[in-house]
Every structure is written in structure tokens, then in C-alpha cells.
Write a protein that binds this ligand. Sequence first.
Ligand code: THU
Length: 133
Amino acid sequence: MPEKIIKEALSSREKAYAPYSGFRVGAAVITGGDKIYTGCNIENSSYGLTCCAERVALFKAVSEGEKDFKAIAVVSDSEEYCRPCGACRQVMAQFGAEIRVYMCNNKGEYEVKTVADLLPDRFELVFGKGCPE
Ligand code: THU
């Protein structure tokens, strides 16, 4: 199963728009219904507006009505496994702590962990006392 999303993440990396860092990232997420959505990092001259590959893939999927995700693969050009940033971990957590995260190197080799492993004690919005309903 991971081979397909890893292959998709590797090819999505080719679309990366990274003129500032030169660090190309590709991601691919697979839904409960086995649909795959891809993403690449998209940088901006106002650096803070850059969006990571993982969030591009997830936002594409969610904007198409998907909310159920089994796994996500992420890869860069590096020989090191590509680790999702904290912001992307929180966005993944929104859709499920059990999502498997395949952190890949440029050869497609990987280490896999769940979102729960990658972001313990994550923020959850709790409505109730002190919070508007
Ligand atoms: N980047 C990602 O695409 N995903 C991550 O999880 C971490 C960082 C991108 C953002 C930026 O374009 C480049 O890598 C260098 O930080």
C-alpha cells in the first residue's frame, strides 16, 4: 500500500515551487476510499506565506469533500527521511491521530509512524466553560 503514495509523492515533488529554499517536498495522501491527492511545497516572496507539501495535499483533498484519511507520504530530495513540520502535524491531527505518516528519503525508503506518535499531547479545541458554544 505505501508504495503507491510514495511514488505519487516523489513525482509531486517535481512540481515543487521552491525558488527561495531550493528544498523540494512532495506529499500524497490516501483516503478511506483509496483516492490519492498530491501536493508540493509552494513558497512565496513573503516567506511566511509558504505552504508545505503535506498541507497542500490535505487541503486539496478536503476541498474535494474528503475527511477520512488512511495515510500520507512525504519526501524531499534528501537522503534523510523527510519529517513533517509541527504545523503540518497539527493539521493532520485534525483528521485523525491514527493516520499513518510515511516519512521517506529520496530513494523511497521510509520510516512510518502515526500522527499520535508524531504529536503527543496535541491541541484539541474543547468547548464548554470559558469557551463560546
Ligand atoms: N516544507 C514542507 O513542504 N513540508 C514540511 O513538513 C517542512 C518544510 C517546505 C517548506 C519550505 O518550502 C521548505 O520546505 C523549506 O522549509
